[in-house]
Design a protein around this ligand. Sequence first.
Ligand code: PLP
Length: 447
Amino acid sequence: QAQASYDAQDLWQKDRNHFVHPFTDFSVFHENGCDLITDSDGIYVEDAHGNRFIDGIAGLWCVNVGHGRAEIGQAMAEQATRMAYFSTFNNLSNAPATELAAKLAELAPAHLNHVFYSCGGSTANDATIRLVHYYFNRLGKPSKKRILSRTNAYHGTTYMAASLTGIASNNWQFDTLDLVTHLSEANCYRRPEGMSEAEYCDHLTDELEQTIDRLGADNIAAFIAEPIMGAGGVLVAPQGYHSRVQAICRANDILFIADEVVTGFGRLGHFFASEAVFETQPDIINVAKGLSSGYAPLGATLISDALYEVLSTPQGPGGVLSTGFTYSGHPVSCAAALKNIEIIEREGICENVLDVGPYLESQLKTLASHETVGDIRGSHFMMAIENVADKTTKELLPVEARVGDRVAAEAQKRGLIIRPVGHLNIISPPLIWTRQVVDEVVAILDD
Ligand code: PLP
């Protein structure tokens, strides 16, 4: 039963009348209103009617240590009552932001020792592009402006982050900035007929090299990619793709940026997937979500020593690095992140993902025999099921079939929340799922 006595009807009315929901289909909203999630505990959430669900999406790929962690709440409360907020501009600082920066430098690949704080993933990516442009301006290379991203990438929804994003339906009827060139996504399931994975990797890296030739390396500042593409369909690139892309970038003086907003903080079994899983050493890694397990909004840009040297070179009289947010290094968010990291380390949460992750992958793959299941993919605690009309031709069901929504709705009726994204269903749970939970979840999906 829900603990608090919410008046669900009253809340529902207020919500419907006043709350403009992000990423919402208003045809559904006007008809059905919203589901009010009111309570949470461990791997579960509860709605206003007291219905309990297994959380199969970690809130939104973020509640990595699970719900209801009193010690995170306590750390935040202590910080909020001691010193809830003060500026970090103009050489001011606070203890949690400083401790967290040092901790991130310790956890990150060896060459990433400097942290720029933001409020979440979009603002981390946005701030990063400003810093990258500033970096090349300061090096006397002001023509290096264009950013290479990929079709179906998701990098957020500030103007810049939305422009980096390559999901057409996300930007439908919105405008984007003409600063980004999108390369092909790395989609092994839908790669050209008859191409091996190795040939597909060549094909993608050839496209990158041709694009650099066409645009001119002097006009390109950076390449940005998620190590595994998330909202764009949980796409795992062919073996060796990321390290080859990095090498091409290095050869052309193009910065290599990893957006680890989803893959960071344990989802693939490591604090950072770039080096540990994909054998890359990005110039910049962006994190958010699992950094604080969603207990407070926070994003961070981890910057290499080489970049920092340029960014931190004094400009001269009156010159300042004029970028940042009121809430850059927010003490309460940083206190939440420090406690969150302590829990991940103390409880061996990365080790749990390395142990249970392959089991989740193998058990989900037993669903492949179902009529509409075209592909089951991903890695560890980052998985998706692609629904199709025809498994041989991989033809999709019509949009009106709303297959992802219907599968998610049926799962919810049976006590499991998974995420519909078009024809896909995404499973990105808290990182504390056990094998027993996996069995329960797979039985619901099978049903
Ligand atoms: N980058 C990636 C890879 C994401 O998946 C997301 C959000 O899902 C973002 C950036 C944007 O983060 P936020 O919603 O915190 O701004």
